[in-house]
Design a binder for this molecule. Sequence first.
Ligand code: GDP
Length: 238
Amino acid sequence: MAEAREILTEIFPPQVIDSDLAEVGRRLFAREARFVAGASEASALLHDTLPEIAFAGRSNVGKSSLLNALTGRRALARTSNTPGRTRQINFFDLGARLMLVDLPGYGYAEAPKTEVRRWTALLRGYLRTRTALRRVCLLVDSRRGITEIDHPMMQMLDASGVSYQIVLTKTDKLGACELALVAERTAAELAAHAAAHPEIHLTSAFKGPGIAALRATLGSFALAAEEPSTVVLRGRPQ
Ligand code: GDP
């Protein structure tokens, strides 16, 4: 068990958070989060107004639950046991500092093909053109790890050159050894992906671990209180 914990700490420095960053993240996510708009086609996408963090993952990965846990809201993003229900890009303004963007869940076997084509085009357009997009959190169920269902999304992210980061979800369902194994496997797989950030976040929306660390990481992308948004939104940062 000690070995598993060592592996986890070694591979995942974000689990050990700097207290200043943690405080920045805590304050940011204590601000009011509100739904701003949903877009089911490219023409309905909001204009960039704030730095954006997008959340992607297969249906039922725990995306709504994670957004709710991050923002401390029970029902900011709708959680459901019916996979594949959210079919639009949803924008949530976090305290006028950061836009949280909920991308449609993918990999729902029963989704009609025309629907899949529609949202793939929407997503591709969003990823390619969004200058305000700072990072995509790609959520992966810790019980499965990255699977072939995630590959098209990872390829799309690599091709768009959007920096993305794996967030393992539902870690409360695994023991430390199992978690260390899946985390190691995930880290090894990421090495082959150009746009993937090497750090992995391990989270449980239900039990809390990893939420503060993820808030701290995302806090570094938010506007500072005095910063005018037009300056920050010029061009995509590295
Ligand atoms: P989404 O489709 O990706 O938005 O997923 P949801 O947030 O609706 O969650 C899908 C299912 O996973 C629901 O049954 C949730 O109760 C469950 N779930 C989500 N997060 C966690 C978690 O951290 N731990 C556990 N044990 N279950 C979770």
